[in-house]
Ligand binder design. Structure first.
Ligand code: NAI
Ligand code: MG
Length: 490
């Protein structure tokens, strides 16, 4: 049993005020494997106070931006040093296969490295407002950031959330999801070892409706950076209204992945399979609606069914597994219920459709492919967040564009074609924050990422991400020493 009893607040390891702890389950075994502290509103209060103190001290006022970047590089190095161990812990906690968690934690260090390099390149402007005045802008940290993380990719998001916030000079209270709290506490140890000033990063494990809600409503928090379900984002936005917190939200998706008959179909099939089933389907960028142009459709359905059957579903720590279990029983049940919904809506089940017979204990579901799905059906419109692919035929470019955009989401889209003009037409007309052509889901620290519509607000990644953690202050200095004209003189 992995046991933790303390939260990381103000540079110290402290017991939660309530003294309570909660359990985390190993989803591959359906068994409790870790116990962690249960932070509540009192602990959030303490963490926010520590973050405010950090902002009032050296972090903001004496540490140079270059030194800030150096601390981030140090943290990146410690993460790389401990990558194997962290990856195994996350695979136990989350269920994701270890080759994915290892990749994620290493990339998290890359994210920090990228943003570390930006820390001392955040510049304001001098504005030629008038010849006898000096006008300039200062780019100042937004303040205390509440980072609320989901359970599906915790380790990637350490880099996504901490990178731009630390580069901008903010202080952070990070609350991981209650389903996957373990590696966040391990991250706290590395933050301590890296030598960040007390309170710059605080880690509070706890439940969304208690600790998360307290963070969203806290008057001492200036900004919320959240990843998770849009309905949670709506609650956070309402709670954040009290002090008009800045909000960046990255919510779900139901990405259209569109294959024209003139594409390289062999490449498209490899990429579409990974795009639909990676991480057991528990990712917001999943290519879960696969549109295939009619001449290629039937053969592509057969290929996808065959490829789905070949995916090795297995234990997370087994390095030969391709995908693991769902992270929670709720998610497994949700996926199985959508398989029933698909069948009930008359879609044609061509692969999977149930739990794998050889893995009876954990929250496993077979990679599942439905063909002939109606784009207006629930299976095509709602985010399953599981390994369930909906395949939909189309004839023309206009028809597929209309269907692709007929969704409440707009995060990611993929297009496969050998017609360059069509590629650009599609890229300009699809309503999504990321469109890729002849590749899928190029998520990278250098590329802005975020959603249209219910998929979110703001962008993460890329230099643009740092803007979301800054306020612009305009400063004007009068240079003219003459007496000003007095409008009230006569
Ligand atoms: P969620 O949105 O409830 O959880 C995400 C985070 O928000 C967690 O840290 C949670 O503790 C926190 N939270 C929950 N309620 C809160 C509140 N009232 N105030 C502040 N923080 C709160 O996601 P959940 O319920 O775990 O998953 C439900 C569905 O959401 C999934 O089936 C999936 O469809 C979607 N989802 C999408 C994600 C994405 O990356 N787009 C990530 C996780 C879930
Ligand atoms: Mg929830």
């Amino acid at each position: 049993m992995q046991e933790y009893d303390r939260l990381f607040i103000g540079g110290e390891w402290v017991l939660p005020r309530s003294g309570k702890r909660f359990e985390s389950v190993d989803p591959s075994l359906d068994k409790v494997w870790a116990i962690v502290p249960e932070g509540d509103a009192d602990d959030i209060d303490a963490a926010v106070a520590a973050a405010r103190d950090a902002l009032a001290g050296p972090w903001r006022h004496t540490i140079t931006p270059t030194r800030r970047g150096a601390l981030m590089l140090k943290l990146a190095g410690l993460i790389r040093r401990d990558a194997e161990r962290l990856a195994e812990l996350e695979s136990r906690d989350n269920g994701k296969v270890v080759r994915d968690t290892l990749n994620e934690i290493q990339r998290s260090a890359d994210w920090l490295t990228y943003f570390a390099g930006a820390a001392d390149k955040i510049e304001g402007k001098q504005i030629p407002y008038r010849p006898d005045a000096l006008a300039y802008t200062r780019r100042e940290p937004v303040g205390v950031v509440g980072a609320i993380l989901p359970w599906n990719s915790p380790m990637s998001l350490y880099g996504w959330k901490l990178g731009p916030a630390l580069a901008a000079g903010c202080a952070i209270v990070l609350k991981p999801a209650e389903q996957t709290p373990v590696t966040a506490l391990e991250l706290g140890k590395l933050i301590e070892e890296a030598g960040f000033p007390a309170g710059v990063v605080n880690i509070v494990t706890g439940f969304g409706t208690v600790a998360g809600a307290a963070l969203a409503a806290h008057p001492g928090v200036d900004k919320i950076s959240f990843t998770g379900e849009h309905s949670t984002a709506q609650k956070i936005m309402a709670a954040a209204a009290g002090n008009l917190k800045r909000c960046t939200f990255e919510c779900g998706g139901k990405a259209p992945h569109i294959i024209f008959a003139d594409a390289d179909l062999e490449k498209a099939a490899i990429v579409a399979t990974h795009g639909a089933f990676r991480s057991t389907g528990q990712t917001c960028s999943l290519g879960s609606r696969l549109f295939v142009q009619r001449p290629a459709y039937e053969a592509f359905v057969a290929t996808m069914a065959e490829r789905a059957r070949r995916i090795r579903v297995g234990m997370p720590l087994d390095r030969t597994s391709h995908i693991g279990p769902h992270t929670s029983r709720e998610q497994q049940e949700k996926t199985l219920s959508y398989i029933d919904i698909g069948k009930g809506e008359g879609a044609r089940l061509v692969a999977g459709g149930g739990r794998p017979a050889d893995l009876p204990n954990g929250y496993f579901v077979e990679p599942t492919v439905f063909a002939d799905v109606d784009n207006r059906s629930r299976l095509a419109q709602e985010e399953v967040f599981g390994p369930v692919l909906a395949m939909i035929p189309f004839d023309t470019e206009d028809e597929v564009l209309a269907m692709a955009n007929d969704t409440k989401y707009g995060l990611v889209a993929g297009v496969w074609t050998s017609d360059i003009a069509r590629a650009h037409r599609m890229a300009s007309r699809i309503e999504a924050g990321l469109v890729s052509v002849n590749t899928y889901r190029p998520i990278h620290w250098m590329l802005p990422y975020g959603g249209f519509k219910l998929s979110g607000i703001g962008r993460e990644n890329g230099l643009e991400a740092i803007d979301q953690f800054l306020e612009t202050k305009t400063v004007v200095i009068e240079l003219n020493e003459e007496m000003p004209a007095d409008p009230f003189a006569s």
